[in-house]
Write a protein that binds this ligand. Structure first.
Ligand SMILES: Cc1cc2nc3c(=O)[nH]c(=O)nc-3n(C[C@H](O)[C@H](O)[C@H](O)COP(=O)(O)OP(=O)(O)OC[C@H]3O[C@@H](n4cnc5c(N)ncnc54)[C@H](O)[C@@H]3O)c2cc1C
Length: 396
């Protein structure tokens, strides 16, 4: 028996013995476990599941055991994901520290920084947020203006970040700051870690049309940040930023496997709302055609996601593929949402009408929310520019 086959058998047996039944049901948003000082568990089972996975280091399976991770190879981590998917296990921890910041720190951080920041992420004790965008620097991120002045033993930070997801719930923020205002744009940027509890840091939630508020504007007013919180070279933060964005785009390209699924499948929805003809076919031929197109694209999407995971498993990732998939999968999700609402007809017009079923309201809310996915982590237009330049080698 090969080492990987043994690992598959052992991890399957462990998951079967340790994942509570309730944690094998499809994930719903309100039951996701986010880390942090103010962490709350939605149920006793969720806590048990989280703690068992944490103790094995499987909240960050590929991180070295020296930092609390699982120490798995890419191939083993791929097998673990497959086994968890086969059993329906919920992700034990949702945390951008695990998905994005930790991998960048492993690459660019000092040993002291890794020891300080990685273990609390694995243990779900510290929650991170991302301070990149500013009111006048989104796609054109290199225009950012938040200043960090060198004051000898510390930096003094002043400025503001926007669209900071869950900043009001996060404990730390990783930030892009301008340390040299005279250097050409990206040459003067550094990557700084800031404890949100530091004097001068404040957040203001931004209300959304749905009534929820998951973004904040984050303000820095004379915030003193220790020099030891600089990751990478002074003025060399753009390299760290790009490495982190690669992890963010990889995450977004496989996001569909981690988020709450809409209730029911689209074919059942069509049967329910449009009905069948005498030959048991959907009544509307145009809709049949649209559905067939969607199902073919969805199949391509899932096969390509599987291909990306296999490439990581074998340590031979094609870095262009997540770039392309981020664009395709987020666009496809939106066309699926449009199709679902078209199927529902006048039952797909409101997310708060009390005469609608809960599922109908949820599908309409998803339609609105999923618009964000072609903006977050780099807009589709910017993705296409990058694909043209980097993947296809076209001239700028
Ligand atoms: C759900 C969500 C979560 C987010 N979370 C965070 C977070 O935690 N931290 C953070 O820092 N940011 C976050 N963001 C912000 C996100 O990174 C920015 O919204 C994104 O980079 C776009 O910037 P912008 O909103 O300023 O739009 P702009 O850059 O002003 O773009 C406006 C429009 O112009 C187009 N455009 C701009 N430049 C070009 C070009 N060169 N070529 C062609 N078209 C162009 C864009 O594609 C877009 O359609 C989040 C956004 C969303 C939607």
């Amino acid at each position: 028996m090969t080492r990987l086959t043994e690992f598959r058998q052992a991890s399957r047996a462990w998951l079967q013995a340790n994942c509570p039944e309730s944690q094998r049901l499809p994930i719903v948003k309100r039951e996701q476990i986010w880390g942090g000082r103010r962490r709350i568990f939605p149920s006793a089972d969720a806590q048990v599941w989280f703690e068992r996975m944490r103790d094995k280091g499987w909240t960050a399976p590929e991180w070295p055991t020296a930092y609390g991770g699982g120490g798995l190879s890419a191939a083993e981590a791929g097998i673990l994901t497959q086994e968890m998917t086969a059993l329906g296990c919920r992700p034990p921890l949702y945390e951008i520290g695990v998905w994005m910041f930790g991998p960048a720190l492993l690459e660019y951080g000092t040993e002291t920084q890794r020891q300080e920041h990685l273990p609390p992420i694995v243990r779900g004790e510290i929650r991170w947020c991302q301070g990149y965008s500013e009111p006048s620097a989104g796609s054109d991120l290199v225009s950012l203006k938040t200043r960090a002045e060198d004051k000898g033993d510390h930096f003094l930070v002043n400025g503001t970040k926007i669209w900071t997801t869950q900043a009001d719930k996060a404990d730390w923020i990783f930030c892009l700051v301008r340390t040299d205002p005279y250097a050409p744009k990206q040459a003067g940027i550094s990557f700084l870690l800031i404890d949100m509890a530091t004097a001068g840091v404040s957040t203001t939630p931004i209300p959304l049309i749905s009534g929820e508020s998951e973004f904040c504007q984050t303000f820095f007013d004379d915030v003193r940040v220790p020099k030891g919180n600089l990751v990478g070279e002074l003025h060399g933060g753009w390299n760290v930023a790009k490495a982190l964005l690669r992890h963010e785009r990889k995450l977004m390209s496989i996001m569909g496997t981690m988020v709450e699924k809409e209730e029911g499948n689209i074919i059942d929805l069509a049967r329910q709302y449009v009905g069948l003809d005498a030959e048991e076919k959907l009544r509307n031929p145009l809709l049949r055609h649209q559905l067939a197109q969607h199902l073919m694209r969805a199949q391509c999407d899932s096969l390509t996601t599987e291909r990306i995971q296999q490439q990581y498993k074998h340590g031979q990732p094609d870095n262009n593929l997540p770039l392309i998939m981020k664009y395709l999968s987020t666009t496809e999700q939106q066309s699926k949402d449009e199709l679902m609402l078209a199927i529902m007809g006048n039952r797909g017009l409101s997310w708060d009408d009390a005469t609608y079923t809960e599922n109908e309201r949820k599908l309409v809310r998803n339609w609105a929310y999923n618009k964000a996915h072609t903006i977050a982590g780099g807009t589709s237009e910017i993705q296409l520019n990058i694909i043209a330049k980097r993947a296809l080698g076209l001239p700028s």
